[in-house]
Design a binder for this molecule. Structure first.
Ligand code: ADP
Length: 494
C-alpha cells in the first residue's frame, strides 16, 4: 500500500449553476464545500442551489421545450452535440482532474470516467441523427375501413436527471445526452458529494456550445429536497435516476402523482458463479481487481463469489492473495488501483457491514479495517469474507466497498438459486471452460446483464439495466435511446 506525497492534481471546478442559459450563483450566494476523499481536505465550493433555483430551472426547461424549435430541429441538435463533443475533448484533462479531486478514483482508471463518456456524446449524436423517427407499419384492418399506421417517435418533454457520486461525469453524460439528442430539454441535479462533474458540464455547455438557453440546466444543491422537488414537479415529464434503491423508491413515489415516465438504475448485489471447470488462477484475480478498482463503489460489481465446494479452499487462497496484492493509496499515484471511499459516512457503512458479516458467522480472510499506512483519507482495506450465509445481511445488502463475499455450492442448480436469492437483479457473471454450459447458466440468472468468461456485457451499443429492485428501463443500445422518446401511433388513410 502506498501513500505518496506527490504533487496532486487537485483542481476545483465551476461554482456556478446553469439556469436558463446563465451561469449563476443562488440568490444570496450560498455555497457548500467539496472535499477530496484522498486527504479529507476541503478543496473548494459550489453553489448551494435552492427550491427557487430548481423552480427557475424547470420553468426554463419547460419553456425551451414548448416554445423553441429544439424538439423539432434534429440537424441543430446534431450540430450542438458534436460541438459539445469537441468542447469536452478540449476540456478532457481538466475534467479528469476534477473527477479525481471530488471522487477520489485513481487517476489510472479514469478512462471509463472520462474518455468513455466523451465518446458517448458523439455516439448519441450519430445515433440520434440516424434514428428512424417515422416508421410505416403498413395497412391494418380497422372498423371504418383499413388504416395505414405510422409510428411517430417524439421526445418525452422535460427530463429531470438525478445522478450519484460514484461515476458522476459518466452518469451525467449517460443520463442527459441521449435525452437531449432525442429532443428533450433537461434539468440535471448532480450528487452533493460530486457537484463539479455537473457544474463543469454546465459551464462547457454555456461557454462552448450553441445549446440554447433553457435546454440544458444544472442545479447543484446540498439539500436532498431540491432533487425531491425535481421528481415531484408537474412540469417535468420524465425522471432518469441512478443511485440507491432506497432513493429510487422515494423518487418513484414523488413521481407517481403526475405519472411521470421513470428510468431507474438502482442497486445491485451481483453474483459471480465460478463453475467447477473454471481456470481459477485467471478469473479470480480479475474478480478481486474489479472489486477494488472503484473502491467497490460500482453497482455493477459482482460482489458475491460462488465457488464450487470441490475447489473452495483453492479459490479462497487465490482471492486472498489477489486482494492483498491490490495497491491502495493516493489516487494521484498512477500505480495505485484502489483509492479511498467517497466519504467517512460511506466508509463507516462499509466497515459496519463487514462487522455484521463477521457477527453473522462469516470468516474474515483478509482486510476488514482501515489500512495502517493510510490514516488520512477514507481508505478501506480490500476485504474477503468466506463461508458467507446467502441469507445473511452481508450477502443481501449492497456494500459499495472493496469487499467480496464467498459462498460454497454443490450443484449448478444450487449456484443459480443462490445467485437469484436477491432483491436485486442488475448483473452477474459465470465462468467456466465449457462456454455452452456457462451460457446456459447465464440465461437462468434473473438479472439485466451477465458477463460470461470475462466477456463484458457492458458498452454503449448494448442495453444495460436491472430487473427486480435494480431498476426500470435500460440505458445504452437502441433501447436506451427509445427510453427518451414516446411512440405515437397515427392511423391515416392508406
Ligand atoms: P447516496 O445515499 O449514496 O448518496 P443516493 O442514491 O441517495 O446515494 O443519491 C443519489 C442522488 O439522489 C443524489 O444526487 C442525491 O442528491 C439524490 N437524492 C437523494 N435523496 C433524494 C430524494 N428524496 N429525491 C430526489 N433525489 C434525491
Amino acid at each position: 500500500m502506498t501513500q505518496t506525497q506527490s504533487d496532486t492534481g487537485i483542481l476545483a471546478g465551476e461554482q456556478r449553476m446553469l439556469i436558463d442559459g446563465e451561469l449563476r450563483h443562488t440568490d444570496g450566494g450560498a455555497l457548500f464545500d467539496v472535499v477530496h476523499p484522498g486527504n479529507e481536505q476541503v478543496v473548494g465550493q459550489v453553489s448551494d442551489g435552492t427550491l427557487t433555483d430548481m423552480d427557475r430551472a424547470v420553468g426554463a426547461a419547460r419553456r425551451a421545450f414548448d416554445d423553441t424549435e429544439w424538439s423539432r430541429d434534429l440537424d441543430f441538435r446534431y450540430h450542438c452535440l458534436m460541438q459539445l463533443h469537441a468542447a469536452l475533448e478540449r476540456n478532457k484533462e481538466r475534467l479528469r482532474r476534477i473527477v479525481v479531486t471530488e471522487v477520489g478514483c485513481p487517476v489510472s482508471v479514469t478512462g471509463s470516467q472520462i474518455e468513455d463518456p466523451i465518446d458517448e456524446v458523439r455516439h448519441w449524436a450519430e445515433h440520434g441523427r440516424d434514428f428512424e423517427y417515422l416508421v410505416d407499419t403498413g395497412i391494418h384492418k380497422a372498423p371504418m375501413g383499413t388504416a395505414r399506421r405510422t409510428i411517430s417517435y417524439e421526445p418525452v418533454g422535460v427530463v429531470g436527471a438525478i445522478t450519484p457520486w460514484n461515476v458522476p461525469f459518466y452518469l451525467n453524460i449517460a443520463e442527459t445526452i441521449p435525452a437531449l439528442m432525442a429532443g428533450n430539454t433537461v434539468v440535471l441535479k448532480p450528487a452533493q458529494l460530486t457537484p463539479w462533474s455537473g457544474s463543469e458540464l454546465g459551464r462547457i455547455v454555456a461557454e462552448e456550445t450553441d445549446i440554447p438557453a433553457g435546454v440544458f440546466n444544472v442545479v447543484t444543491s446540498n439539500a436532498n429536497g431540491v432533487g425531491a422537488a425535481l421528481s415531484a414537479d408537474p412540469r417535468v415529464d420524465m425522471i432518469t435516476f441512478t443511485g440507491s434503491t432506497a432513493t429510487g423508491r422515494a423518487i418513484l413515489a414523488a413521481a407517481a402523482p403526475t405519472v411521470k415516465r421513470t428510468m431507474m438504475e438502482l442497486g445491485g448485489k451481483s453474483a459471480h458463479i465460478v463453475l467447477d471447470d473454471a481456470k481459477l488462477e485467471k478469473c479470480l484475480p480479475m474478480a478481486a481487481m474489479v472489486a477494488c478498482v472503484m473502491s467497490g463503489q460500482a453497482c455493477i460489481m459482482a460482489s458475491r463469489i460462488l465457488l464450487p465446494r470441490s475447489r473452495y479452499a483453492e479459490g479462497i487462497e487465490i482471492l486472498k492473495a489477489s486482494m492483498e496484492a491490490t495497491s491502495v493509496g493516493d489516487p494521484w499515484d498512477p500505480s495505485v488501483l484502489q483509492g479511498p471511499q467517497i466519504s467517512e459516512t460511506q466508509r463507516q457503512k462499509v466497515l459496519g457491514l463487514i462487522k455484521s458479516g463477521v457477527d453473522s458467522g462469516a470468516r474474515l480472510v483478509t482486510g476488514g479495517g482501515i489500512p495502517e499506512a493510510l490514516p488520512v483519507g477514507y481508505y478501506t482495506q480490500p476485504t474477503l469474507l468466506a463461508d458467507v450465509d446467502p441469507d445473511s445481511q452481508i450477502a443481501q445488502e449492497e456494500i459499495f466497498g472493496p469487499v467480496l463475499t464467498v459462498t460454497p455450492y454443490d450443484t449448478d442448480d444450487e449456484a443459480v438459486a443462490i445467485a437469484n436469492n436477491s432483491i436485486y437483479g442488475l448483473s452477474g457473471e459465470v465462468t467456466g471452460v465449457d462456454t455452452e454450459r456457462a451460457f446456459c447458466i447465464a440465461r437462468r440468472l434473473r438479472t439485466g446483464n451477465v458477463t460470461v468468461n470475462g466477456r463484458s456485457h457492458f458498452g454503449i451499443t448494448s442495453p444495460f439495466g436491472g430487473t427486480k429492485q435494480s431498476g426500470l428501463g435500460r440505458r445504452n443500445g437502441a433501447e436506451g435511446f427509445k427510453e427518451y422518446l414516446e411512440s405515437k401511433t397515427i392511423g391515416h388513410p392508406a
